[in-house]
Design a protein around this ligand. Structure first.
Ligand SMILES: Nc1ncnc2c1ncn2[C@@H]1O[C@H](COP(=O)(O)OP(=O)(O)O)[C@@H](O)[C@H]1O
Ligand SMILES: [Mg+2]
Length: 336
């Protein structure tokens, strides 16, 4: 659906070129929820703004449905933009218009003249995002979560194929974030919309994304299915995100384990094995002891997983690890 080809982007600042993106090559599939995660300044907003031509690449191409959008004329760009909705961290609603007028605005811009048709469409969109009773309020009278729901309804007004979300939940509290993410997931499923989510929060990606790209200093550090990238991070930037998320820094983790005897491994359970009593069974069968040093049970989208850092002592540790691996757990050595 969206292809980035050899993308470079530099901003000209005070006579010199500051590189923001340095060789981006990947594809986003139709119908997927794709997460782009990176620290501040990594180039996330620049990348997403290339998709609706709010920015142009210095070199390289952006293809949407195999059409090079960097080569479109002004009319082509205008039509293309109607196929792409966007929501923002600070909502960007028009404060002098009501909720209904905000949602109607893109339809008026697109040249829909029939007032009745607009009213019908706005009513359906507000029902979809749960704001029917708030149609005549002004943005200042709404909560953050309600404002973002207006943003979503407005973004969907012209029936786009792609929805871009730039830090769309970063100004919301955790509970409101969950409900907005749930709405986005429902919309993705019901409308088959391709959703691109830019965020610095791992939890957002973990809740709803299918695949993720980790952006670091204008380059893709790692890309793949969310479970693969977050449960088995290969790149230093991804590892930092995972450790930040668990509130440990890398040095601290090593120091903690220095005093722990035995062989330390990280075990990852996914799917049904998350709830099976495997550790106890394997310990009895092989005569080992184990102590759990760190752990987390959570979900990635719809898949439950558990990740435990465990120290094994006594008995036949190699046999225990082989049995755990044989039951489908991922076994990674932390310290031999
Ligand atoms: N309009 C701009 N003019 C100059 N530099 C910019 C502009 N927008 C972004 N940058 C620079 O490009 C880099 C990437 O920025 P951005 O895409 O906003 O990253 P992110 O969204 O990941 O925080 C940063 O170094 C930023 O300072
Ligand atoms: Mg940004």
């Amino acid at each position: 659906m969206i292809t980035f080809k050899h993308i470079h982007k530099a901003y000209r600042v005070g006579g010199s070129d500051i590189p923001a993106l340095q060789g981006i090559d990947f594809e986003i599939q139709a119908g997927e929820i794709f997460g782009i995660i990176g620290h501040s300044g990594a180039g996330k907003s620049t990348l997403v703004r290339l998709i609706n031509l709010l920015e142009r690449p210095t070199s390289g191409q952006v293809l949407i449905d195999n059409v090079d959008i960097t080569a479109l004329d002004a009319e082509g760009v205008r039509l293309q933009r109607q196929r792409i909705g966007m929501i923002f961290q600070h909502f960007n609603l028009l404060s002098s218009k009501t909720v209904a007028q905000n949602v109607a605005f893109p339809l008026e811009l697109a040249g829909v003249a029939n007032k009745h048709q607009i009213r019908k469409r706005v009513a359906a969109l507000l029902a979809r995002v749960g704001l029917t009773d708030h149609a005549d309020k002004y943005p200042a009278q709404l909560s953050g979560g309600q404002k973002q729901r207006v943003g979503i309804a407005r973004a969907l007004a012209t029936e786009p194929k792609i929805l871009l979300c730039d830090e769309a939940t970063s100004a919301l509290d955790p509970q409101t974030t969950q409900s907005v993410l749930q709405l986005l997931a429902d919309i993705n499923r019901e409308l088959g919309l391709t959703i691109v989510i830019i965020t610095h929060e791992m939890d957002v990606v973990r809740r709803i994304a299918d695949r993720v790209a980790v952006l670091d200093a204008g380059r893709v550090a790692e890309i793949g299915p969310v479970a693969e990238v977050f449960l088995h991070p290969k790149h230093a930037t991804t590892r930092r995100f995972v450790l930040e998320d668990e509130h440990v820094d890398e040095g601290e983790e090593r120091d903690d384990f220095a005093h722990v005897p035995g062989r330390i491994v990280r075990l990852t359970f996914t799917g049904d094995s998350t709830y099976e009593p495997l550790l106890g069974a394997v310990a009895r069968a092989t005569g080992i002891d184990f102590s759990i040093l760190a752990g987390r049970i959570d979900r990635i989208k719809d898949t439950p997983y558990g990740q435990l850092t465990v120290a094994f002592t006594g008995g036949d540790v190699p046999a225990a690890l082989a049995q755990l691996a044989g039951r489908g757990l991922a076994v990674e050595e932390v310290r031999a």
